[in-house]
Design a protein around this ligand. Structure first.
Ligand SMILES: [Zn+2]
Ligand SMILES: [Zn+2]
Length: 348
């Protein structure tokens, strides 16, 4: 029998599989999501029939300037594109691999041997023109000048977390007036799992996930970061563990976030930039974090100005379904919870 749901799937607008019991995500899987997005990933967010008010205003605290120049004009492009999507405050969060101050940390921790992984990573870190090309002073002055000129910016940084480098990271971070620091797991034992799908060859997916979870917990427990970036971005190339009960992991991670006063990021980058075509975190972790009343931050992970705020309307819908009612505001590394307010227009 064909079931016809009262509400449409808010991703692809179909009526044959939307699950109104979204409150617990119990019947909505990662696979369902990627199927929907494979069909309709670029379609604008439709206002839900049950929610004529549409979207919610928000801060976008995760974006990168790396495809452009360090100029005020480029910052203004981000503000304009984000503004069109309802973003009222933009946090720029450059990657640490652009800054000379972090070079030694990468060289100590990243595999750069004669393996396929090593060769690729060595050329990326040593030959890419944007690797370690700026100083933190240059970056901080750019954003501070933008703030002084009245742009609605926050000074952030996306920090690659390497276990064992906590003291070195702390020493560097405390010298600059960041509003917030995002800690992201991009490397597992020196392997950058999100760079190329081919470099997963021979990897045991369950082991990758176990290792990811351990490093993620260490990042939270390090008390180095205000936000944990895109949790479980190891699903980037659509690998998913088999036979592992993930919910106990999610509960453990949510409890650690709460204990260490660290926000979890809802990040849309994997949705539109990678084959995964879903947001981070996985829905189970999102629900665990919502149930534990963790702090939440939003990020589009824009790598070009035109992507500022991209797909945050969808992230907000998902957050709302999980009954998340607040987002974090950060200033000089102090966070406060701010209500997600209704907006009269769609955010996409
Ligand atoms: Zn990242
Ligand atoms: Zn990023």
């Amino acid at each position: 029998m064909q079931i016809h749901y009262k509400r449409r799937c808010f991703i692809c607008q179909s009526r044959d599989h939307f699950l109104c019991c979204f409150k617990k995500f119990s019947c909505f899987t990662e696979k369902d999501l990627s199927t929907c997005f494979a069909n309709q990933r670029d379609s604008p967010l439709q206002q839900s029939e049950d929610d004529p008010e549409g979207g919610i205003t928000l801060r976008d605290y995760h974006m990168h300037l790396e495809k452009g120049e360090y100029k005020q004009e480029y910052l203004k492009e981000f503000v304009a594109a984000g503004g069109k999507r309802g973003v009222t405050e933009l946090g720029i969060s450059e990657h640490t691999h652009h800054f000379k101050e972090f070079q030694e940390i990468y060289f100590r921790n990243v595999i750069m041997d004669d393996s396929a992984i090593g060769r690729y990573q060595e050329s990326w870190l040593k030959q890419s023109p944007k690797s370690f090309c700026y100083t933190l002073d240059q970056y901080v002055s750019l954003i501070e000048a933008g703030k002084k000129a009245g742009l609605p910016l926050k000074l952030g940084l996306e920090v690659c977390y390497f276990p064992g480098e906590e003291q070195n990271l702390r020493r560097i971070l405390k010298q600059y007036p960041f509003d917030y620091c995002i800690g992201s797991v991009h490397w597992l034992h020196g392997w950058g799992f999100d760079t190329k799908a081919e470099l997963w060859q021979g990897k045991e997916v369950n082991e990758v996930y176990s290792s990811y979870k351990e490093v993620l917990l260490q990042a939270i427990q390090s008390d180095l970061f205000d936000v944990i970036g895109h949790p479980f971005s190891c699903k980037v190339f659509r690998h998913w563990p088999q036979g592992i009960e993930m919910n106990p992991w999610y509960v453990e991670i949510a409890a650690a976030l709460l204990k260490h006063n660290t926000a979890m990021e809802i990040n849309t980058g994997l949705l539109y930039r990678y084959p995964a075509a879903t947001i981070c975190p996985p829905l189970g972790l999102l629900q665990a974090a919502a149930d534990a009343d963790c702090q939440i931050s939003f990020g589009s992970d824009a790598h070009t100005s035109s992507d500022a705020g991209r797909a945050l309307g969808y992230a907000l819908q998902v957050a709302k379904e999980a009954r998340i009612t607040q987002q974090m505001n950060f200033e000089h590394r102090k966070g406060s919870r701010v209500l997600l307010e209704p907006l009269p227009v769609s955010t996409l």
